[in-house]
Design a protein. Structure first.
Length: 278
């Protein structure tokens, strides 16, 4: 292969640098000076960049006061301003949707598959929760029972749970991102398993990606479904409630406001019930 001027030639490098270590290169005076200049410039640029101009004087005054009355603390500059409306994200909307429907159902037995860990920790303060994880981990509460297995083959009897919760998980199944077996149908298999272990009258509360454009796989991060695909995953269940979250609007939206941009996703939230005769 033809080398460009900047190509890395390992043989040439070794020939001319057999007695030179990285430490020796750094300790040359000119390189030490350049390193210090780069460090100081980057820190100065960062501080000036993040302090709003109208707050610079106040920041400097308060910093001086903090250093003068340090109360034994080492005070150093690390400006951070998070002013205004409290930030929210799609995760807040997913979790609030799930929390609402769990409160309405009042389940005794909950199975969670792949939801946000912080959400599960909140559930554990009030509920007994069995959690499924393809990666090994330990329970962090007496209210948690951890099962290490793949969501597409649950080692759980039929009709075991009043509620199955799965937030932003099904779109990842089978793509290998978390060390699970590669299986392009793992999402379908996992949803079949969720329905199987749900008792008649129990509810599946889940969230996933959605688009009005052509469905996509951002391999191996996640799938992006359209509405018909989502309903097919849970075709045996009756829809109790569903909502759509728009990243653009930063709020729940009407179905027709879901993104139409290829490769971009919004969020589907669904609460579905298993029939009494299933």
């Amino acid at each position: 292969m033809k080398k460009t001027q900047n190509s890395y030639d390992s043989a040439s490098y070794k020939k001319h640098n057999t007695n030179t270590t990285l430490c020796q290169v750094y300790n040359r005076p000119i390189n030490k000076l350049l390193s210090v200049i780069r460090f100081q410039w980057s820190n100065t640029a960062r501080y000036k960049a993040v302090i709003p101009h109208e707050m610079l004087a106040e920041y400097q005054h308060n910093l001086a006061e903090a250093r003068k009355n340090d109360r034994g603390f080492h005070v150093f500059k690390k400006p951070k301003f998070e002013i205004g409306v409290h930030p929210t994200s799609y995760i807040d909307y997913e979790c609030s949707f799930a929390a609402y429907h769990l409160s309405q159902l009042g389940p005794q037995r909950i199975l969670d598959i792949g939801s946000y860990r912080q959400f599960i920790i909140g559930l554990l303060s009030h509920y007994q929760v069995t959690t499924i994880d393809v990666r090994t981990r330990n329970a962090i509460s007496a209210n948690e029972n951890v099962l290490t297995c793949d969501a597409k083959t649950l080692d759980v009897p039929d009709n075991s749970f009043d509620a199955v919760v799965s937030l932003s998980a099904v779109e990842h199944f089978g793509l290998g991102r978390y060390g699970d077996e590669f299986d392009l149908d793992a999402d379908k298999k996992a949803c079949t398993e969720m329905v199987r272990v749900l008792r008649p009258g129990g509810r599946l509360i889940f969230t996933t990606t959605i688009t009005r454009a052509k469905p996509s796989i951002a391999f191996n991060a996640h799938r992006i479904y359209d509405y018909d695909m989502i309903r097919t995953l849970c075709h045996d269940l009756v829809c109790i409630d569903e909502k759509f979250y728009s990243h653009r609007a930063k709020d729940f939206c009407d179905p027709e406001d879901v993104t139409m941009e290829l490769g971009v996703w919004d969020v589907y939230c669904g609460c579905l019930e298993k029939g009494c005769h299933q």
